[in-house]
Design a protein around this ligand. Structure first.
Ligand code: ATP
Ligand code: MG
Length: 388
């Protein structure tokens, strides 16, 4: 039995990819390699699984944390490699099981290579019988104290007792690039994360009203970008000064009811311009239908109509409760809980429009030199890079 440390990785969705599957597997392996850094020694792709040989100084808990953040992984396990001959690996597995404390057990053998001379069922039965008789333990197929997983992949046999869950999804980088509008609230970081899980590389754009507001929102957003970079290894953050746009509106447009909608439409336009320049294929927001006044069906339609690029809203049907739970799980909750002054609460009325009308909004906007405002914002945009 080898003393090598091995992480055995399973994926589901990638297995459905047909002819493109090798591409996805390669991307997943490359991401795992980046996530593990110096702890990665080598990786081998089998059908439906990847075995990663870890360096001798790899810290198991830290490896666990990092693998959990690699999208595309459905579950993984730290395994021991056994001999490939049935009699020998049965003995090795038996010895390992004998060392454990448990009352009931189950053997879960899987054979990805059907040319292996013993079937999974035979392995389960023969090894199971031996443990029953020689160790006096009971089989429980439904709720065993101990599950002994034996996996035969090619000529290799892996043994493990515990599986760790991953987030599934697709490897970051396989679904294209998108630009996510990141406030420092709870929702947009979760929305950005959801797109990463679908395999997108996500860049972030944040609009701030400094110096009319403090720099807190920018600091929070940087912290959020840093946390989210753990899931995609490299991120770009665009910081856009939004105050000139807001001041132009304040000066030219008396109507305050539609102001947040006008803010959002300009954010969309500026984001679209950034996306076109840097080749992102879609915009992403953290809107959730009806959550706040700006997120009614009518308002969302009028906001989306400002741009022609697709706008993705992965949280549109999600409840606040679930969003917060997810934010806690992925690590953005604390940064999003930090106080900040939202640029959108500057110069806005207490009772904003909830049923925006596109014609009315366009008439208001005609009082502005939109192109000049957009160009100025783009010119003054700061760019920051983050690496994991
Ligand atoms: P969040 O929790 O993401 O701030 P929210 O529930 O507060 O969302 P809104 O403030 O209406 O909702 O914002 C809706 C979406 O618009 C946000 O999820 C985000 O994608 C985008 N957005 C709002 N403000 C900003 C900003 N200052 N910079 C970048 N994007 C923003
Ligand atoms: Mg907000």
């Amino acid at each position: 039995m080898g003393s090598e440390k091995i992480a055995l990785i399973h994926y589901h969705e990638i297995s459905l990819k047909g002819g493109n599957r090798p591409l996805f597997e390669k991307a997943l392996l490359a991401n795992i390699k980046t996530a593990l850094g110096g702890w990665y020694e080598k990786g081998k792709i089998f059908s439906g699984r990847i075995a990663i040989a870890l360096g001798p100084d790899a810290d198991e808990d830290a490896v666990k944390e990092r693998l959990r953040r690699v999208f595309g992984i459905a579950n993984f396990a730290f395994t021991q490699k056994l001999s490939s001959d049935f009699e020998t690996f049965s003995q090795e597995a038996f010895d390992e099981v004998a060392r454990k404390e448990f009352g009931t057990f189950r053997i879960a053998a899987r054979r990805s290579d059907k040319s292996f001379p013993v079937t999974s069922q035979e392995i389960n039965e023969r090894l199971g019988l031996r443990i029953k008789e020689q160790l006096g333990k009971k089989v429980d197929l439904d709720y065993p104290d101990l599950t002994c997983f034996l996996e035969i992949a090619g000529k290799e046999v892996f043994l493990y007792f515990e599986k760790e869950k991953g987030y599934g999804g697709l490897p970051v980088g396989t679904s294209g690039r998108v630009l996510s509008l990141l406030s420092s609230g709870f929702d947009s970081p979760v929305a950005a994360w959801s797109m990463m899980r679908r395999g997108c590389e996500v860049a972030f754009v944040h609009f701030h009203s400094y110096p009319s507001t403090s720099q807190a929102s920018q600091e929070n957003v940087k912290e959020i970008a840093k946390i989210l970079t753990q899931y995609q290894y490299h991120s770009t953050l665009y910081l856009v000064p939004f105050l000139p746009v807001q001041k132009a509106m304040l000066a030219a447009i008396a109507d305050t009811k539609n102001r947040v909608i006008l803010y959002r439409r300009f954010m969309m336009r500026i984001a679209e311009r950034v996306a076109e320049k840097a080749k992102y294929g879609a915009l992403v927001t953290g809107d959730s239908l009806g959550q706040v006044a700006s997120q009614t069906l009518e308002n969302i339609a009028v906001i989306s109509a400002a741009v022609s690029m697709p706008v993705f809203r992965p949280l549109i049907g999600e409840n606040k409760e679930n969003i917060i739970a997810r934010a806690k799980e992925i690590g953005t909750n604390d940064a999003s809980s930090q106080p900040y002054e939202d640029c959108c609460s500057l110069f806005v009325p207490e009772h904003p429009e909830t049923k925006a009308n596109l014609l009315v909004v366009k008439r208001l906007e005609s009082k502005l030199d939109a192109e000049a405002l957009i160009s100025e914002a783009i010119e003054k945009t700061e760019t920051m890079q983050f690496t994991f």
